[in-house]
Each structure stands twice: as structure tokens, then as C-alpha cells.
Design a protein around this ligand. Structure first.
Ligand SMILES: Nc1ncnc2c1ncn2[C@@H]1O[C@H](COP(=O)(O)OP(=O)(O)OP(=O)(O)O)[C@@H](O)[C@H]1O
Ligand SMILES: [Mg+2]
Length: 319
């Protein structure tokens, strides 16, 4: 295919039912999941443990056989054009599956051989440099730390220079410093045009780095939209007001706003943006008979949205 597709990955009505075994009944891990990852995107797939993220990624990698539905990668159907689909994508699984007796250099060479990349065209040293493993090129994989092994897995997925890189929990078990540099590497690859899809339990990292976010729960997709539109789903913010002296009662002028008493001098108001509640509160405060000494607001973040969408019962964000 010469013209690059608009969508790097298209997931259409994918279902997965794991067979019953070991005394466990059959289990629906994915139920009719559909979404697309646009070319060039930095896309996060989020969800609690067991939501079905890895199952979906392993289907894309050909490690799990889907029960129903269709996956196209770079325009190639994984069932009918598996070879081309595999060439277009590099997948880093959640499990650290490395041969302990290979060095990083050997690991990448074997992988390059698997993709039929001639020796002269291999970028082994460049890739090891990119993931910060150049000084470990000759060390046995079993002597690498967990974070280094994860980096080696990422390097392995980069060997054939795929259009798309899919990373299942790339930063799990990685220390803060290494995590930051991993994100830098991932952002750089994305800036060079590579489409990135990843899962993470660090919601802050997804919020900071990914412009499109999908959320799964119990095998179903509960959201897939831009970060901004996801965050705007929570239109409430909390305004906390501190007064100059203790108040025995909530001032009458503030009662309509149903504040929560935080302590004798502090009230918290949950207000909705866009329907006049904030201006009304700001007008009422000077008339309430007490002097305001401090005011702070808390905006909803991805964690609030995530919790709301993935909890068993829809809950009100506590103030
Ligand atoms: N090989 C398997 N056989 C049976 N059930 C499985 C198998 N693999 C996964 N499951 C089940 O499918 C569901 C989804 O698992 P999956 O690993 O896809 O979740 P996940 O979203 O990646 O979770 P995590 O955040 O913990 O990595 C879980 O309930 C899990 O127990
Ligand atoms: Mg997983």
C-alpha cells in the first residue's frame, strides 16, 4: 500500500471469550470492542486490572486468537495480510519474555534476522543508544535490571523500524528517572511520525503525554476521545474558601451553594462551570458577613474521569 492510511490501527467489533479451564468457567475478556488509532497519534489505552487491554494487544500481536471481529494494521487485515501487518507494527508485550542467555546486541540481531533485515541495514547500535542500553550491549539479559529488560523489549520492537509501536505497560516497574527518559524516547519517536499506542496505570503520564485516550472496563470500551473532551466530561470543580475567623454556622448567603464544612474557617463548594454558579458564588461571598482570606480551586483530572467511568457504581467526586 503506497498511500499511508488515515488510521494506523482499526479495531472492529472484537470479541474474545477465553475457554473454560482449570475449573474456571469461560470468560468474556472483550465484548464487541471497536475503535481506531489515527496515524501519527500518541494513544493511551487505559483500564483497571483485567479490563482486557493486554488481550486486545495480544490479539494484534497474533499471540491470542480472537473469537470475533476484525483488526487492520496500516490498512492490512491481520487475518488475510498477516505478513504486511506484522511488518508495520512493533509490539512490546507486558510480560518480560527475553532469552536470558542473549546479550542485548544478540537479542536485536536475532530479531533483525527474524525480519530478514540484511546485516548492512541493521541499526543495532543506534537503537541500543536510543533506549540507553549502549553500555550494556554485551551483558547477558539475565544480568539486566527489570527496567533495563523493559528497555531491551522496546528496542526489540524497534528493530524493523515499524510505522506503529504498541507498548503494553512500558513504564511498569521502572524507576522515576528511567520513566522520564523512556517517555522522552517515546515522544521523540512519535515526533518523528511513528504512531504510538500504549497502556499504563500511571494516569498522570497518559494525561501529560497522550492526546487521545481510550478507557476500557470489563472488556468493553467506555470512552475513546481526545484528552480535552474527556476532561471536560467532568464539568464540576471544587472551590475551597478560607475565612479570617471561626464561624459557628454557615453564613446564610452561602447556604444555597450547599458547602461542605471542612473546618471552622473553611468551606468547600462544588460548582459547575458554564451555568453561572461560579459568578453567583463570587457575588455572594463578599455579602456573607465574613472575610475571605484564601481561595483555591481544584480542576478535575484524568484520574477523576477514569474513576467515574470505571467504578462499579457511578459515584459523585467527593469534596
Ligand atoms: N489465557 C487466559 N485464559 C483465561 N482468561 C484469561 C487469559 N488471559 C487473560 N484472561 C482474563 O481476561 C481478562 C482480561 O485480562 P487482560 O490481561 O487482557 O487484562 P488487562 O486489562 O491487560 O489487565 P492488567 O491491567 O492487569 O494488565 C481477565 O479477567 C483475565 O483473567
Ligand atoms: Mg495487561
Amino acid at each position: 500500500m503506497s498511500v499511508p492510511p488515515d488510521d494506523a490501527i482499526v479495531i472492529s467489533s472484537i470479541s474474545k471469550v477465553y475457554r473454560a479451564r482449570d475449573g474456571q468457567g469461560k470468560h468474556t475478556a472483550l465484548a464487541d470492542v471497536s475503535f481506531a488509532v489515527p496515524r501519527g497519534a500518541m494513544f493511551a489505552l487505559l483500564g483497571p486490572n483485567g479490563a482486557g487491554k493486554s488481550t486486545l494487544i495480544n490479539i494484534m500481536a497474533g499471540l491470542v486468537v480472537k473469537t470475533a471481529g476484525r483488526v487492520t494494521i496500516w490498512g492490512y487485515d491481520i487475518d488475510t495480510d498477516g505478513r504486511q501487518a506484522r511488518r508495520a507494527i512493533g509490539i512490546v508485550p507486558q510480560e518480560l519474555n527475553l532469552d536470558p542467555f542473549f546479550t542485548p546486541r544478540e537479542t536485536l540481531d536475532v530479531q533483525a534476522g527474524y525480519y530478514g533485515i540484511p546485516k548492512a541495514e541493521r541499526r543495532t547500535d543506534e537503537i541500543l543508544e536510543t533506549v540507553g542500553l549502549a553500555d550494556k550491549a554485551g551483558a547477558y539479559a539475565r544480568t539486566l535490571s527489570g527496567g533495563m529488560r523493559r528497555r531491551l523489549l522496546i528496542a526489540k520492537a524497534m528493530v524493523h523500524n515499524p510505522h506503529i509501536l504498541v507498548l503494553d505497560e512500558p513504564t511498569a516497574g521502572v524507576d522515576v528517572e528511567l520513566r522520564q527518559s523512556l517517555w522522552e524516547t517515546i515522544r521523540e519517536m512519535n515526533a518523528h511520525g511513528q504512531t504510538i499506542m500504549l497502556t499504563t496505570h500511571y494516569l498522570e503520564e497518559a494525561q501529560d503525554n497522550c492526546e487521545t485516550i481510550a478507557i476500557m472496563r470489563h472488556g468493553e470500551l467506555v470512552a475513546c476521545e481526545s484528552r480535552e473532551s474527556l476532561l471536560s466530561r467532568l464539568s464540576e470543580k471544587v472551590v475551597t474558601v478560607r475565612f479570617s475567623e471561626d464561624m459557628p454556622l454557615v453564613p446564610e448567603a452561602l447556604l444555597p451553594f450547599a458547602p461542605k464544612v471542612m473546618d471552622a474557617r473553611t468551606l468547600a463548594f462544588r460548582v459547575r462551570r458554564g451555568d453561572g454558579e461560579i459568578p453567583a458564588l463570587l457575588t455572594a461571598l463578599p455579602t456573607c458577613g465574613a472575610t475571605v482570606v484564601d481561595l483555591s480551586t481544584v480542576e478535575p483530572d484524568l484520574e477523576d474521569v477514569f474513576l467515574r467511568l470505571t467504578r462499579e457504581d457511578p459515584v459523585v467526586v467527593p469534596i
